[in-house]
Design a protein. Structure first.
Length: 284
């Protein structure tokens, strides 16, 4: 009996030790991108009903500063991701999800999407279409609805992280909808869904936003151009250009194209497959 008791005590001691070590390691490692319900309850949210039962849910993104772009060591980076400090001097509301087909149809009376589903993101919308959607909301709802600037988008996507993804050094198809046949960094192969799926199918990031990586690309307000070399406050991009910025990658993208710093662009009248958007609302 004595030896059994000792053995149990030994096991108990080991368990406690493992718990302590795990707890300490947990404190030191990067926190997961998802939020607990308790943390989510602390977010300042706002809902706007655009039609009977059709809501846009926003979350307040705090003002702050961050390093925009990627370090030269980041795998898959492109030369236009020049790292520089950005200050965002005002908080703003950002749509918790990509604009859904139900929402787009309620506002614009049409649904251009290839793969139909009320809770899937709208796609096949040009930058011009996305701006028209925001303008119509501004006219009918009051307040200022608009596309995010590229800086606002990346700041909101990162939510304090400096890694290639807001999920850490890599990403998995349990965390986002991208081409899971291809891996990034130490990641493993995952699901190839081959379509965009309902918004908010995965965990949100620390700011409470879903699908910042993958599902559909998201238009931003800026013209695509070179970043400034030094610090900048509330940047809006170049004054002119040929392409508007899109961010975050899609279900069709390799994970490297879903990175927080990744930027691509197309002419404003171009309606791409799996090109959607999310809306920003200025705080009053
Ligand atoms: Ca997205
Ligand atoms: Ca790029």
């Amino acid at each position: 009996m004595k030896s059994t008791t000792k053995k149990i005590s030994g096991t108990l001691f080991l368990c406690i030790l493992v718990c302590i070590v795990c707890g300490l390691a947990g404190c030191k490692s990067e926190e997961p991108a998802g939020k607990s319900e308790e943390q989510e309850n602390q977010l300042n949210t706002k809902e706007v009903e655009v039609a009977s039962g059709v809501l846009i849910r926003f979350v307040e993104i705090p003002m702050g500063r961050f390093m925009m772009g990627s370090p030269s060591t980041e795998s898959g980076r492109h030369a236009d991701e020049t790292r520089h400090e950005v200050i965002l001097s005002k908080p703003f509301y950002m749509g918790v999800t990509e604009v859904t087909q139900a929402l787009y149809e309620a506002v614009m009376g049409s649904n251009p999407s290839d793969i139909k589903g009320p809770n899937r993101p709208v796609d096949k919308v040009s930058w011009d279409d996305a701006v028209a959607f925001c303008d119509k909301l501004t006219q009918t709802q009051g307040g200022k609805f608009r596309l995010p600037t590229e800086a606002e988008w990346e700041y909101a996507c990162r939510a304090g992280t400096t890694t290639p993804f807001n999920t850490g050094k890599t990403i998995s198809t349990d965390q986002a909808n991208y081409d899971g046949g291809v891996t990034y960094g130490s990641g493993t192969k995952g699901v190839e869904r081959r379509e965009y799926i309902d918004v908010a199918s995965f965990s949100q990031n620390r700011f409470g936003l879903y699908d910042m990586h993958g599902n559909v690309w998201e238009w931003c307000s800026d013209w695509l151009g070179d970043y400034p070399q030094g610090p900048v406050t509330d940047p809006h991009g170049p004054d002119s250009g040929s392409d508007r910025v899109r961010r975050g990658g899609s279900w069709f993208s390799f994970p490297g194209f879903c990175r927080s710093a990744e930027r691509e662009g197309n002419p404003p009248d171009f309606r791409g497959n799996y090109f959607g958007f999310r809306v920003v609302l200025d705080l009053e």
